[in-house]
Structure formats: structure tokens, C-alpha cells
Design a protein. Structure first.
Length: 391
């Protein structure tokens, strides 16, 4: 896509503002029933859809990205996410409930929010959409490839289909890169076996978007890593926490819910069986399209180290899929994607190749039972990806 048509096809601020006002009350489910040409054009120009049947999903992805630009921990971003139902379990919420939650972000009444803050929230969301459109498309298409480039967080099919080649395609996701680092990579269609594939992300797990279930590696006491440690557990704990305007954590969501689970099951201070999986809410990661965090207890403390038995990884993968199947239909749309890190390969001390081998074996077994899931694997570096044979 060249810069010239990208710019000329972009809608105006006034057009976007009018359509955002129009979807505030009916919410996202109305996108399928009523055409929103300006938002549809913006989603196409931004590379979120091709403008046909995927327009509603593309518009929703565009708005999620715009909320991220406003700041998922900023008042404007949080209020926008509530206003338009961009949080788990809030997509189909009535307009007055969404307004009430957005008003609570500012600590005002819904009526005061409607008159004062809400207009600014909608205006700034329109500005954020325009900011996205001013940038080059994140996945420049080749001739004849329009509509085939995956959007942010998109997953590969879990089984081979017509036209599937089994070849890996590397794509750079420029939207999630961090200053001074190479932007995260996504490698699609990495084979699990002859019939199934997963999507590989070379990225910090907390930067992933629109993957509904993220799996965290924990010890058998469900004691999460400290937020300053460079671990999957610590990164997710920090990213999910609720902060005040000064940036201080006011709700350690994941650790709080795990402590509640331990109390409810009579296990405070006691270990649980390796391979056990405990679900929690995603905290502020909900703004990135995450619906659940599954905490897989695979590491057993041994003096100053941890022991991770490979069979615990297999049990944890099986438990994750069993839990996801049980929770799938509680959400609209239903849960369909899950992402695993290399369980036990961090402070657990397990070699990445060993962890990956057991993960692939267990994932293959689960996909043979139910191939509807879009499976993702996340590692932190290209070297690790190459070490586990994914590149």
C-alpha cells in the first residue's frame, strides 16, 4: 500500500467523531448491523481489515489500538475503553452501565461525565485514530496481497487448510516495538506436526495484543515473581496491576486473586500439585484484548533454585486447555486463542529446547482433540526461537 492512497482514503476528523458518537450508545455489537463508512475506511487504511465481512472486527481492533495510544493507564484511555465496551465482559453492556464505569474512572457522577468528560474522551479517541492513520501501515503489502497480511495479535490457523504451505512467514509488528530495541517479530504457521501449527511471537509477553488467554509460569506456592524481575510472572504481574495517577500500584490484581484462590482452597503457605492451573482476571491487560491469565504451577523450590519436571509441563498444558474449554462459552465472542511461554525455562532452569519439546507434544495432543484453538508461543529473543527449532 503506497502512502498516496493511504492518505487520500483516510476519513476526516469530523466524520470519525460523528460515527464514534453514533456507536457509543448501541455499542460494538451494532457494528455488524449498521455500516460506519468512515470507521470502516480507517480500519482498512490502517491495515486492520480488508473492508468486507471483517469490517466490524477491523473497526474494533482499530479502536483498541486507539485506546492504547491514549494510554491504557491514563484516565482518557481507561474511560474510552469503558465507554465503548472494549473490556472483557463489557462488550455487550448497556450504554448506561458503560457510562457509569467510565464516570468512575474520573470519580464523578454519570451525568457530570456525560456533560464534561465524555465529549473529550470521544474527541481524543477520534484524534488517536487519525494518529494511527498518519503512520505507514505496519505490514506493507506486496502486490496481490491485500487483505492477506495478518493484523496485530492475529493467530495462525491451528490446522492446515486450502493453500496452507507449512512455511513460516516473519512479520514485524512496528506498533509494539520499544525505543532502542528491535521491534517484536511474529512468525506464523510454525508446525506442531503435519496437521497443526502455532504462531510464534518474539516479544515480551506483556506486549502481546488480542490473545484471549495468556499463560504464566508460577511456582507450586503460587507466589508470583516480583514486579521488577525479568520473568514472565513478574512482567504479567506488573502489566496487569492497577495504578494511581502517580504510577503507584493500588491493586496488585493477579497476586490478589491468586491469594484469594489459595484461601478458598485451604492452601495458604502450602504447595499445590505441579501442573495445576489457576485462572485470574487480566487486570489492566484487558485493554490489550486479554481476557484471562492462566497461572501454571510448574516450578518446585529447592533451596535457592527451582526444579521443573517436564511431565509437569504436559500436565499444565492439558489443564490449560481443559480450563479454557470450560470457560470458552462464558465469553462473547467465545474464547479461541491461548498463548504459552516456555514454561519452566526461566528461573526454573529447564533448557528452552526441552520446554519447547514438551510444550509441542502436549499442544499437539490437545489440538488433535479440539482443533478450534489458535495457539501461540512467546519467547524473548530470536536466539531462543532458533534454539527451540522454531525458525
Amino acid at each position: 500500500m503506497s502512502q498516496e492512497p493511504f492518505a487520500s482514503n483516510s476519513p476526516t476528523y469530523d466524520q470519525l467523531l460523528e460515527e464514534l458518537k453514533g456507536i457509543r450508545r448501541p455499542g460494538l455489537p451494532d457494528l455488524r448491523r449498521t455500516d460506519r463508512p468512515a470507521l470502516r475506511a480507517a480500519a482498512v487504511a490502517g491495515g486492520f481489515c480488508d473492508g468486507s465481512d471483517d469490517a466490524p472486527a477491523g473497526i474494533e481492533a482499530l479502536l483498541r489500538e486507539a485506546v492504547r495510544r491514549l494510554g491504557e493507564r491514563d484516565l482518557l484511555g481507561q474511560a474510552a475503553a469503558h465507554t465503548f465496551g472494549l473490556l472483557p465482559d463489557r462488550r455487550g453492556a448497556p450504554a448506561h452501565d458503560r457510562r457509569k464505569m467510565a464516570a468512575a474512572v474520573y470519580g464523578v457522577t454519570p451525568e457530570r461525565f456525560r456533560k464534561q468528560q465524555e465529549p473529550q474522551v470521544v474527541q481524543q479517541l477520534a484524534e488517536a485514530v487519525l494518529t494511527i492513520l498518519r503512520e505507514p501501515p505496519p505490514f506493507p503489502g506486496k502486490p496481490g496481497s491485500a487483505g492477506q497480511t495478518p493484523g496485530p495479535g492475529a493467530g495462525a490457523q491451528t490446522s492446515g487448510g486450502p493453500g496452507a504451505t507449512g512455511q513460516s512467514t516473519i512479520a514485524r509488528n512496528g506498533r509494539t516495538g520499544r525505543t532502542g530495541q528491535e521491534p517484536p517479530l511474529r512468525v506464523d504457521s510454525v508446525p506442531v506436526d503435519a496437521r497443526s501449527t502455532f504462531t510464534l511471537h518474539i516479544s515480551p509477553i506483556e506486549l502481546l495484543r488480542d490473545i484471549e488467554v495468556l499463560v504464566s509460569s508460577e511456582n507450586v506456592y503460587l507466589e508470583m515473581s516480583k514486579t521488577f524481575r525479568p520473568t514472565v510472572s513478574g512482567a504479567l504481574r506488573l502489566a496487569a496491576a492497577v495504578r494511581d495517577p502517580a504510577g503507584e500500584i493500588v491493586d496488585d490484581v493477579l497476586a490478589r486473586e491468586l491469594a484469594g484462590w489459595l484461601r478458598a482452597h485451604g492452601r495458604p503457605g502450602l504447595p499445590i500439585r505441579p501442573g495445576t492451573v489457576v485462572p485470574t482476571a487480566p487486570g489492566t491487560l484487558a485493554a490489550r484484548g486479554v481476557r484471562r491469565i492462566y497461572h501454571a504451577a510448574v516450578a518446585t523450590p529447592r533451596d535457592d533454585t527451582y526444579e521443573v519436571r517436564p511431565e509437569s509441563i504436559a500436565r499444565a498444558v492439558s489443564a490449560c486447555f481443559a480450563l479454557a474449554r470450560a470457560e470458552r462459552d462464558r465469553y462473547q465472542p467465545a474464547l479461541s486463542s491461548i498463548c504459552f511461554p516456555l514454561l519452566g525455562a526461566g528461573r526454573g532452569g529447564l533448557a528452552p529446547a526441552v520446554s519447547a519439546t514438551w510444550l509441542r507434544w502436549a499442544i499437539r495432543d490437545e489440538l488433535a482433540r479440539d482443533s478450534r484453538w489458535r495457539v501461540h508461543l512467546v519467547v524473548r529473543s530470536r536466539e531462543i526461537a532458533e534454539a527451540v527449532g522454531a525458525l
